[in-house]
Write a protein that binds this ligand. Structure first.
Ligand SMILES: NC(=O)c1ccc[n+]([C@@H]2O[C@H](COP(=O)([O-])OP(=O)(O)OC[C@H]3O[C@@H](n4cnc5c(N)ncnc54)[C@H](O)[C@@H]3O)[C@@H](O)[C@H]2O)c1
Length: 272
């Protein structure tokens, strides 16, 4: 096992891609803190509600990881709130003594043309996807410096390299994550802290349930829309999985000389 004795933190680790990353890190021996929240301020997310029940979902992932023989805890924190993000780092260090790998994966989406986009819809996407990544990085850097190094992994998207209509704000947020990741990597290069981003293609999670529904053509079911998008957007014609993203997280977590990268797992969509 490559991560025996290491401690990881994963935001948005209760479901979807974050869960896949948490399980992959645990399978390599890491103890894991799963960071999630049950309630958010703003309903413009893929769940369409303020009551998103992420912390509840995190309890199940904790059990799955404990069943693998690792230690795991669930922490309730909204990544857009500085006090909660600081507490998230403190609780993880109190429980496990350190943080070697910090995965900033919590993210939200809503679908709307810019002309009809409300400020609330725009603000939530920017708050969670960009400010959330910034706050989590800011909070974990002092701990990693104290330990003499660490691995920061942010979740961006193929939408962070090539944008999609009705997702201008979401894609802008993911372009921001790619740029932030590269800038921070250079800033921390001499501190033995690497900073990289995962760019997923299409993974069937709550996020894609929303997209397949919002992008249906007249007469199409959600399943038909999903299938059409796989075939038209992904050269390989098949979906990527949370386990794929977990494998990339393990790669970043175990390589000291890879930093500043935003790597796609997308079935061949992007050139870079
Ligand atoms: N699904 C895809 O195809 C895809 C593609 C590219 C990028 N992504 C990115 O992957 C990441 C994970 O998304 P997913 O597809 O697994 O969706 P998901 O809805 O399954 O997971 C997102 C998780 O983030 C949590 N979350 C939301 N707001 C939060 C907040 N303020 N504080 C703490 N936690 C919060 C949710 O509770 C949820 O469990 C996101 O950053 C997303 O933008 C997904």
């Amino acid at each position: 096992m490559k991560l025996q004795g290491k401690v990881a933190l994963v935001t948005g680790g209760g479901r979807g891609i974050g869960r896949g990353i948490a399980l992959a890190l645990a399978a390599e021996g890491a103890d894991v803190a799963i960071v999630e929240t049950d309630v958010v301020d703003n309903p413009y997310n893929q769940y369409g509600t303020r009551q998103i029940n992420g912390y509840q979902a995190a309890q199940n992932v904790v059990k799955e990881i404990q069943a693998m023989g690792r230690r795991a805890i669930a922490i309730q924190a909204d990544v857009t709130k500085w006090d909660q993000v600081q507490a998230m780092v403190q609780k993880t260090v109190k429980e496990f003594g350190r943080i070697d790998i910090s995965v900033h994966n919590a993210g939200v989406i809503n679908v709307t043309p810019v002309e009809e986009m409300s400020e609330e819809a725009y603000d939530l996407v920017m708050d969670v996807n960009v400010k959330g990544v910034f706050l989590c990085c800011k909070a974990v850097i002092p701990q990693m410096k104290k330990q003499g190094g660490g691995k920061i992994i942010n979740t961006a998207s193929i939408g962070g390299k090539n944008a999609f209509p009705t997702l201008a704000h979401y894609c802008a947020s993911k372009f921001a994550v790619v740029g932030f990741t590269n800038g921070l990597a250079k800033e921390l290069a001499k501190d033995n802290i690497t900073v990289n981003a995962i760019c997923p293609g299409i993974v069937r999670t709550a996020m894609w349930d929303l997209l397949a529904d919002a992008w249906k053509q007249p007469g199409e079911t959600v399943e038909q829309s999903w299938q059409r998008h796989l075939e038209t957007l992904i050269p390989q014609g098949r979906a990527q999985t949370p386990a794929d993203m977990g494998a990339l997280a393990v790669f970043f977590a175990t390589n000291d000389n890879v930093t500043g990268q935003a790597f796609n797992i997308d079935g061949g969509v992007e050139l870079h």
